[in-house]
Design a protein around this ligand. Structure first.
Ligand code: NDP
Ligand code: MG
Length: 382
């Protein structure tokens, strides 16, 4: 039987890689729905090729004149509508940003398993998401390479035997830059990641190291560990994707070439592991594997993420929403590179944290943080 999949965000970097896996394993998957925010032409091509029953364009509110056998949905609520209308086995959430939160929640409420690239889901509402998953007896399989590594290290292990999670980070393009150099970073420089080719938002997050901060929060919820059990280590080669240290001092690591299709395929096929002809690691040509401590002064975003994880409540949702807007302002050249973390810090300081938030509190905090960040952004002299 083919696994019936929905890919939210199918036009993005992760989404197109998911469809590449479908093409490599055509006998394993049936695509029942695909979505985009704005890349309508690419979505139409995907619809032609994979013939899903449904598709959605979230960036427009009404039909821009598409004629197709596929049923189209439009607007902000279209992702959740697609889940309500479809019969499917696995949701692949490859949307970027907090827009992925409600669809993940909906799928888990429906009792469906989720292959999750959208780390923002767990940053916004990790407690609610993991609780609903548990109550409905469904699983979240990580696509993020570090979390896939940890997930694989934990196969056959008791989570209670984890001493520490060692989350590796490439350090991004500015790992060795001075503070003076960081002040002058351009959008073009920040969009050049040394090891991975990704969407713009996560590429900027990698440059500020907010991405690693979001991943710390993601790991906290996926593997039920505390913030103090998560250590971030810079590993510029991105060959070791992360490690787990157990209570007896033994450490397991997962390695591979930096190609997202490897963790994507595992999340899509789990609990099976299928053969693949993707590039392999060749130890004969592998040079140094090196490790460094992250500099939390230079990469304040990582420190802010750890702090908001300690604070809990609505703080991580505010961190995330403020960062989304600050990154967009930077990409539009309205603020400077270092302003991103500085503004997020100001917004977090202004926020009245709600403890044990409900979904409505999280959505309100998200909206509040977006507005506040825009206000700070408009005051910056760029
Ligand atoms: P992209 O920007 O490349 O793609 C995002 C997808 O989501 C696109 O289909 C996009 O549509 C759609 N989208 C954007 N905004 C919205 C919105 N408001 N509502 C609904 N859909 C929207 O991002 P990536 O593929 O790089 O990243 C996706 C997620 O995966 C992120 O959470 C990221 O952190 C995570 N991730 C990505 C990795 C990577 O290698 N890229 C690695 C690990 C995790 P459109 O095409 O119109 O923009
Ligand atoms: Mg990652």
């Amino acid at each position: 039987m083919k696994k019936r999949i929905i890919i939210l965000g199918s036009t993005g970097s992760i989404g197109t890689n998911c469809l590449d896996i479908v093409k490599r394993l055509p006998e394993k998957f049936e695509v029942v729905a695909l979505t985009t925010n704005s890349r309508v032409d690419l979505l139409k091509n995907q619809v032609k090729e994979f013939k899903p029953a449904m598709a959605a364009i979230t960036g427009v509110d009404s039909d821009p004149g598409i004629s197709s056998d596929t049923r189209y949905f439009y607007g902000k609520d279209a992702l959740v509508q697609i889940l309500e209308e479809n019969d499917y086995d696995l949701l692949i959430n490859a949307v970027v940003g907090a827009a992925g939160f409600l669809p993940t929640l909906k799928a888990l409420e429906q009792g469906k398993n989720v292959a999750l690239a959208n780390k923002e889901t767990l940053v916004v509402g990790g407690e609610i998401i993991t609780r609903i998953a548990k109550e409905n007896n469904c699983s979240i399989w990580p696509i993020d390479s570090e979390h896939s590594a940890i997930f694989q290290c934990l196969m056959g292990e008791e989570y209670s035997n984890i001493d520490k999670i060692i989350l590796t980070a490439s350090g991004g393009p500015f790992r060795a830059s001075t503070m003076e150099e960081l002040e002058k970073v351009t959008v073009e420089q920040a969009l050049k990641h040394p090891n991975w080719n990704m969407g713009h938002k996560i590429t900027i997050d990698s440059a500020t190291m907010m991405n690693k901060g979001l991943e710390v929060i993601e790991a906290r919820w996926l593997f039920d560990v505390t913030a103090s059990q998560i250590e971030v280590v810079i590993h510029p080669q991105s060959i070791i994707h992360s490690m787990v240290e157990f209570c007896d001092g033994s450490i397991k690591a997962q390695l591979g070439v930096p190609d997202m299709r490897i963790p994507i395929q595992l999340a899509m096929t789990f609990p099976d592991r299928f053969p693949s002809d993707l590039p392999r690691l060749d130890f004969k040509t592998l040079k140094n594997l090196t490790f460094e401590q992250p500099d939390l002064k230079k990469f304040k975003a990582l420190k802010l993420a750890f702090e908001s994880l300690e604070t809990q409540g609505t703080a991580p949702a505010v961190l995330n929403a403020s960062n989304e807007i600050a990154v967009a302002l930077f990409l539009h050249k309205k603020i400077k590179f270092l302003d991103i973390a500085n503004i997020v810090e100001n917004v977090l300081n202004d926020h009245q944290v709600v403890k044990n938030p409900q979904v409505k509190d999280l959505l309100y905090a998200d909206e509040w943080a977006r507005k506040k960040t825009s206000e700070y952004g408009s005051k910056v002299d760029c």
